[in-house]
Design a binder for this molecule. Structure first.
Ligand code: NAD
Ligand code: AKB
Length: 312
């Protein structure tokens, strides 16, 4: 079998920055093509400018570079999406369609990152199961439900090998988040180290599902490497890491930085957070391809502070 040649869209974002590095360590940097609207940040990895709405350029890049696999990360996230619903709809829906069409034509394997934002009303908020009604209340969530269904459609009707995860809020030290509701859980570490204080845009007790970047990258690679017959969910798998509220993460940080103070000033993102689960049931991912998270709140907090203290 020919070695994989991987194209990553939205590669300069929070997840792409770290996932591209992990993929290049696994496959070799000459097997990776990073793309984004924004200029390159991966100094050592090949980069091509790409607006995901430019379907012709994407197809040209696929042909020119002999691409076999696409990790489609380009998107507008929840908070930015509520501020510009038209842009979120266009980038998240048309952009995904622009990936699926050449995937069908050239037989590509594709990764689609979905999110806990697909959940909305009429679900159990604790231990939200894989299969529940999906009635999100944000344009971001609606576009991701549409994306999950479109991916499953291309798999069922054209045999495209589409694989997808419903990521929780992702926390990491290597990159900054790009306009979501869970962004506070990264910002809080930078402010704790720089100023020993942080004003949180969610209320103290708002619990949300979260995951450390190392676990998110590992889950992505595990899913993409699993035998096709093991992938029984072709919409998107629930995956869980940990769940916590702003007051709980603040307490975890105070164990390392005793002077750290948090205050609360909830804004429009509070309503978004309240529409999402507090915790996730990921039984299917565990059964089908062996998913287990490695980081809980304490282990993640210690690792974040260790790495950010070195770079501060
Ligand atoms: P991000 O906002 O940090 O990065 C997205 C990237 O997409 C940016 O670099 C941006 O420049 C690029 N982009 C935006 N519009 C584009 C366009 N028209 N053409 C090409 N590129 C464009 O997002 P992220 O946190 O890295 O998320 C990556 C994916 O994972 C997204 O699909 C997101 O919905 C999903 N996800 C992320 C999280 C999280 O907590 N980070 C959680 C759940 C799901
Ligand atoms: C966001 O908050 O929008 C993202 C997500 C959970 O999809 N981090």
């Amino acid at each position: 079998m020919a070695p994989e040649k991987i194209l990553i869209t939205g590669a300069n974002g929070q997840i792409g920055t770290v996932l591209a590095k992990a993929l290049s360590e696994k496959h070799g940097s000459d097997r990776i093509l990073t793309t984004d609207l924004r200029p390159a940040t991966h100094a050592l990895l090949p980069f091509a400018a790409l607006d995901i709405l430019d379907a012709d350029r994407l197809e040209w890049l696929i042909r020119e570079h002999g691409i076999t696999t696409i990790y489609h990360l380009a998107a507008i996230l929840s908070a930015k999406g509520e501020q510009d619903p038209a842009l979120a709809w266009q980038v998240n829906m048309d952009g995904w369609f622009n990936v699926l069409e050449p995937a069908r034509k050239y037989g590509l394997k594709v990764f689609f990152p979905s999110t806990i934002a697909v959940f909305g009303d009429h679900i159990p908020r604790e231990g939200t199961p894989q299969h529940v009604p999906l009635q999100p209340t944000t344009v971001y969530g609606i576009s991701k439900v549409g994306g999950e269904l479109l991916g499953a459609y291309y798999h069922a009707n054209y045999g495209v090998d589409v694989r997808s995860l419903r990521y929780p809020g992702i926390i990491g030290y290597e990159s900054l988040p790009g306009g979501g509701t869970t962004d506070y859980a990264v910002e809080i570490f930078h402010h704790a180290l720089a100023e020993q204080r942080y004003t949180c845009f969610l209320s103290a007790e708002t619990r949300l599902p979260m995951m450390y970047m190392a676990d998110a990258v590992r889950a992505t690679l595990m899913l993409m490497e699993a035998p096709s017959e093991n992938i029984r969910v072709r919409t998107a798998y629930n995956i869980a890491g940990m769940s916590f509220s702003p007051e709980e993460i603040a307490a975890a940080i105070q164990k390392h930085i005793p002077d750290f103070q948090i205050t609360y000033s909830p804004d429009f993102r509070q309503k978004i957070a309240e529409s999402w689960p507090a915790s996730i049931d990921d039984t299917e991912a565990r059964q089908d391809w062996g998913w287990r998270p490695m980081y809980d709140l304490e282990a993640m907090t210690e690792d974040m502070i260790k790495h950010l203290s070195i770079t501060a």
